[in-house]
Design a protein. Structure first.
Length: 366
């Protein structure tokens, strides 16, 4: 089994919230990893989170660094500020990837130890495969919900690893991942259900399963899953049943597919039918998504004047908080403000006036 935990907070996260998450989740997880002999899980650790932890929680950064160096955590690469990668231009994709790699290594002493690349929100586009390969990445993880569509035949594989244009794609099990995240089973209950449900599916053949979720699921989110699930799971399965994704990739054959739809881990079959692959971040049916992108794309014209602001304003959270599932425009405005400040400093009067009209409309959302 591959277990992938996503460690991320947006650049603007409130200090009190960060402290609570650190005490409830990050420190206990790293303490658990330190106690266990053997491989524990695969991880994405966003640069935006490391920047937040640097001042007040350097012990967490040290814990990550030591666990990765010891081989207890398999660290994937990722874009620095958690953008929806298919929705930003290539120059900014490259800046996000390079900032993540260079600053993690140079500033924090944290280096990836595998060839995997983490896609924020598992937002995948076929157009980005060559980009990943250009940085030495050969696999990623996307959601198996794409098998709900008529465009992809069959069911999620358990004995092969899908490849598209020579790039390996692990399929995150939406069923098992969401079962943990939303039903909050104990480890004993989860193990019993797996022992009951999986053999009829695999016919007892050699098989693997990929489970992925936010790290904050364990300790910070409801359900007491750190104590009830993650701790006993790692004590029993770390180094045996739980394997790194890179190891799994070397022990199972591949299966080439001619097509994978652009999608994310929040994309439904209906979304794909409606040609709306990234519904929580750039929905065709959400005018405010489109207005925020218009404003941000205007600001990106001035990337060379303020690289860091351009990286930060494209954090996925700014669109997520004005989506069909979540609504708090105050968080969206943090990204819009970065954009308008850059436009005010460098744009012509006509362009600045147009941007101000968009910004006012976004500010008035409630």
């Amino acid at each position: 089994m591959g277990l992938l935990l996503h460690f991320y907070q947006p650049w603007w996260q409130f200090p009190a919230v960060l402290q609570k998450i650190t005490e409830q989740c990050y420190r206990p997880i790293l303490k658990l990893v330190n106690e266990i002999n053997g491989f524990c899980f695969t991880a994405n650790i966003n640069l935006s989170l490391l920047d937040l932890l640097e001042k007040d929680f350097p012990d967490v950064i040290t814990g990550f660094r030591e666990a990765i160096a010891a081989g207890k955590i398999e660290l994937m690469s990722s874009p620095a500020q958690h953008p929806i990668l298919p929705l930003i231009p290539e120059f900014l994709q490259r800046a996000q990837i390079e900032d993540d790699e260079n600053r993690k290594s140079g500033q924090f002493g944290i280096k990836r130890n595998c060839q995997g690349f983490y896609l924020p929100e598992m937002a995948f586009s076929r157009n980005d495969i060559e980009l990943f390969r250009s940085y030495g990445h050969w696999w990623s993880v996307i959601d198996d919900g794409l098998f709900m569509t008529q465009d992809v035949s069959g069911s999620p594989p358990f004995d092969r690893i899908i490849t598209y244009n020579g790039f390996k794609m692990f399929m995150r099990s939406r069923f098992w991942s969401n079962l943990i995240s939303f039903d909050h089973p104990s480890f004993n209950d989860l193990r019993s259900k797996m022992e009951h449900d999986i053999p009829p599916w695999t016919k007892n053949a050699p098989a693997y399963l990929t489970i992925a979720m936010d790290a904050e699921t364990f300790g910070h989110h409801p359900g007491d899953l750190l104590e009830r699930l993650l701790k006993p799971m790692l004590y029993e399965w770390a180094g045996s049943r739980i394997s790194s994704l890179e190891d799994i990739s070397q022990n199972f054959p591949t299966h080439r597919v001619p097509y994978i739809p652009d999608s994310s881990w929040s994309t439904s079959a209906d979304d794909l039918v409606r040609s709306d692959p990234y519904p929580l971040w750039k929905s065709r049916f959400n005018i405010y998504h489109l207005k925020l992108w218009e404003l941000v794309n205007m600001a990106l014209e001035y990337f060379e004047h303020d690289r860091q602001s351009c990286l930060m304003m494209t954090s996925s959270c700014h669109w997520w908080w004005i989506s069909r599932d979540h609504w708090n425009p105050d968080f969206m405005v943090r990204g819009a403000k970065k954009a308008i400040e850059l436009i005010r400093a460098h744009a012509s009067k006509d362009e600045a006036d147009r941007a101000e009209r968009i910004y006012r409309e976004l500010r008035e959302l409630h």
